[in-house]
Design a protein around this ligand. Structure first.
Ligand SMILES: NC(=O)c1ccc[n+]([C@@H]2O[C@H](COP(=O)([O-])OP(=O)(O)OC[C@H]3O[C@@H](n4cnc5c(N)ncnc54)[C@H](OP(=O)(O)O)[C@@H]3O)[C@@H](O)[C@H]2O)c1
Length: 352
């Protein structure tokens, strides 16, 4: 029994039990019995998994497969029977090698830096050739590649602020500009991996938040624009996965920023603030190394007959945006100062 079927059976059983308990304990009148039963069953129907389309002869392009979510997803979709084109930032690296060694011959890795148009064009050329020779169509694109640096925009260099935007937002735009004609022909699926940081502010992740907000917005726009071609678009909102995204070389990055910072910024912040770390207790508490939920949701976005427009996955993915959007400012400011206070950050000039 797969995860969705198991979830359905559990939800259905629990619902029936709850109805029975409420009716027995409270001896409710017939009209209430009907109301409670209908409410509970409609909830079950809404959460019931939809029909899955067959995988046979479907190809999918995933970006950022060297490690992390993209890497695990590429292997999972290969096991399911997809033809996977796994874009890797370093196609001769260990991640790419692991993918080839651990997958079927249907999976093919590609050199693909999403910020470099020459590589996007060359990947398109390879994919078109492969599709043609195998007689299959490109069914899905998963824009997964992304980077994050921790720091505020006063501390970071202009180049690194720009780099975050270029990879996280311009990258998916580059991919779509080149690959959408293939999806138009298959009436396939576009899946964009954004972040809860694109829906709510996370202190010290401003550049990343802005890039993911841009991605969330263009993803929604594509959802409307591409409907006329039969292409369905889903935005994935992950949060709290223990991947490589925060394990960049913080010392080299901090040194780079420190060397380019203005004297007044150096004086006000102090050098410590250029090497911002996750508070260890937060790292242990907030991050999970188990990727099955997010991979399952991306698979659903690719194969469900009625995919959702947005999928949330991981600790706090839905909760942080909910707090930010729906609660009164005094309360959301307080809760976010507790829930999104993830990093060690103690500027020298403390009288602010
Ligand atoms: N982890 C989370 O909790 C979380 C939360 C919200 C959103 N996300 C999003 O989920 C996606 C996957 O991230 P992850 O957590 O799996 O991080 P990850 O482990 O760092 O994986 C990101 C992948 O993207 C690759 N990449 C970096 N720059 C690239 C470029 N210019 N072109 C193509 N590929 C590039 C990286 O290559 P290298 O390995 O060579 O660096 C890596 O393989 C990202 O879009 C991220 O923003 C993750």
């Amino acid at each position: 029994m797969d995860q969705s079927a198991r979830k359905f059976v559990i939800t259905y059983t629990l619902t029936l039990m709850c109805i029975a308990i409420i009716i027995t304990i409270f001896e409710v009148t017939l009209i209430w019995q009907v109301f409670i039963t209908l409410t509970c069953l409609s909830t079950v129907i809404i959460t019931t998994p939809t029909k899955k389309l067959p995988v046979k002869d479907k190809a999918v392009l995933i970006t950022g497969c060297d490690r992390g979510i993209g890497h695990v997803l590429a292997k999972q979709l290969d096991r399911k029977g997809f033809y996977v084109f796994a874009g890797c930032l370093k196609n001769r690296g260990q991640g790419s090698k692991d993918l080839v060694d651990g997958s079927s011959s249907r999976l093919q890795t590609l050199q693909l830096d999403v910020s470099k148009l020459t590589q996007v064009k060359s990947a398109l050329h390879t994919v078109e050739q492969q599709l043609h020779s195998k007689g299959i169509q490109l069914w899905g694109i998963v824009n997964n590649a992304g980077i994050c640096y921790i720091g505020n925009v006063e501390i970071m260099t202009e180049e690194d602020i720009q780099k975050i935007m270029t990879i996280n937002y311009t990258g998916p735009v580059n991919i779509c500009k080149h690959f959408l004609p293939l999806l138009r022909r298959s009436r396939g699926r576009l899946v964009n991996v954004a972040s809860n940081a694109g829906l709510a502010p996370i202190p010290l992740m401003g550049a990343y938040c802005a890039s993911k907000s841009a991605l969330v917005t263009i993803s929604e726009v594509w959802r409307y624009e591409l409907k006329m071609w039969g292409i369905k678009v889903a935005t994935i909102i992950p949060s709290g996965y223990k991947t490589g995204i925060m394990s960049y070389d913080m010392i080299a990055t901090g040194n780079r920023w420190w060397n380019k910072a203005s004297p007044i910024v150096k004086k006000d912040y102090g050098q410590e603030c250029f090497y911002i770390k996750f508070k260890q207790k937060n790292r242990d508490f907030f991050l999970s190394a188990e990727f099955s939920d997010i991979c399952y949701k991306i698979e659903d976005a690719l194969l469900s007959s009625k995919p959702k427009s947005r999928y949330y996955s991981g600790f706090l993915a839905e909760f942080i945006p909910f707090i930010y959007i729906y609660l009164p400012v005094w309360l959301s400011d307080y809760l976010l100062s507790v829930l999104a206070n993830w990093f060690e950050f103690n500027p020298k000039m403390q009288n602010y």
